[in-house]
Design a protein around this ligand. Structure first.
Ligand code: IPM
Ligand code: MG
Length: 374
């Protein structure tokens, strides 16, 4: 039985973006086939490759393609060719442009540790074993979208603004996620918690943030709320990462904290992200960058892109069972000991990007004969 079609925009972008999105596409096509769904995957240009072709990091045609889609899967942007800090056009502008134009105000970055990769974390296994947190980062406000001004070579200005409405809507996202997660710690259920991170001892925006978060929290009596100052948060994340559940924070602090947490989990190559608008529309991307040093060699880890595709199934297409099946397939492949070069032990043979994608497809196909599709 064929179901209504879904439009998915694929923006591979730069460097390894091309290789990893190709594997995520394989997985999406397998899911569609398995469930009798129609996925219409259309490609667009973004980042350095778009600058090469059109002079713009985010061409109009790409934006139009995204607007006509139910969801967007992005690889990575950034290229050494365009790294000059004086340049007027930079590949990264595409990301900021997509966030603003598509109103992607809620950035979700789940961080979980796959048990067999605990050794890859820079922290001791007993500290990181139970990490299972999600960063909810405000993505279209704050200092990222102020009024930047470079005044000659002597002075520069950035501005930071937050409105109560902006803080309210991201806070609701965080509390809803916390309420629905049913997290367990060492096998036992733990109460849902939101940790709001700010700098309320210094910044006015953070004081508004804190007051607003407290007011919204009253609507969620089953979710615990704690506040941490951002400097303390960076420390607690290293000392007791498994205590965190949902971390709610602003654009800039979320950028910084999500790099810190990603490294705790052992490999950047494994972590997906979602950037959501109101409703179901979202853009999904691995949190790793374009890694130009290894691009084109077929050795990049496609699992973060594949797990991003799983988030796309879950959040934009409402296909929870299928999303879980993809996540289970990734876990099965890791359990079976398959590793790309970034996570392989020094004496272990690594599989290629394409082989890793095939392995996930095989595991998905074997495991889902009993699965009920949406
Ligand atoms: C991220 C990236 C971006 C950001 C850059 C590339 C603009 O670091 O998605 O975390 O700062 O938001
Ligand atoms: Mg970042």
């Amino acid at each position: 039985m064929s179901k209504s079609g879904h439009q998915i925009a694929i923006l591979p972008g730069d460097g390894i973006g091309l290789e990893v999105t190709a594997e995520a596409e394989k997985v999406l096509r397998t899911v569609a086939e398995h469930c009798g769904d129609q996925f219409n995957l259309k490609h667009g240009l973004v980042g350095g490759v778009a600058m090469d072709a059109t002079g713009k990091a985010l061409p109009e045609a790409t934006l139009a393609l995204c607007r006509a889609s139910d969801a967007v899967l992005l690889g990575a942007v950034g290229s050494p060719k365009y790294d000059d800090p004086r340049a007027a056009v930079r590949p990264e502008q595409a990301l900021l442009g997509l966030r603003k134009e598509l109103r992607l105000f809620a950035n979700l970055r789940p961080v979980r540790l796959h048990p067999s990769l605990a050794e890859a974390s820079p922290l001791r296994t007993e500290l990181v074993r139970d990490i299972d947190l999600i960063i909810v980062r405000e993505l279209t406000g704050g200092i990222y979208f102020g009024a930047p001004r470079l005044e000659g070579s002597e002075r520069a200005v950035d501005t930071m603004v937050y409105t109560r409405a902006e803080v309210q809507r991201i806070t609701h996202v965080a509390f809803r996620i916390a309420g629905g997660r049913q997290r367990t710690l060492r096998g036992r259920p733990v109460p849902a918690k939101v940790t709001s991170v700010d700098k309320a001892n210094v910044l006015a925006c953070s004081r508004l943030w804190r007051l607003t978060v407290e007011a919204v929290a009253e609507e969620y009596p089953d979710v615990e709320l704690e506040h941490l100052l951002v400097d303390a948060a960076t420390m607690h994340l290293i000392k007791r990462p498994a205590d965190f559940d949902v971390i709610l924070t602003s654009n800039m602090f979320g950028d910084i904290l999500s790099d810190e947490t990603s490294v705790l989990a052992g490999s950047m190559g494994l972590l997906p992200s979602a950037s959501m608008a109101k409703g179901r529309f979202g853009l999904y991307e691995p949190i790793h960058g374009s890694a130009p040093d290894i691009a084109g060699r077929g050795i990049a880890n496609p699992l973060a892109a594949i797990l991003s595709a799983a988030m796309l199934l879950r959040h934009s297409l409402g296909m929870e069972a299928e999303a879980q099946a993809v996540e289970a397939a990734v876990a099965a492949v890791l359990d079976a000991g398959h590793r790309t070069a970034d996570i392989a032990a020094p004496d272990q043979p690594a599989v290629t990007t394409a082989r890793m994608g095939d392995l996930v497809v095989e595991a998905f196909t074997q495991d889902t004969t009993q699965m009920r599709c949406r």
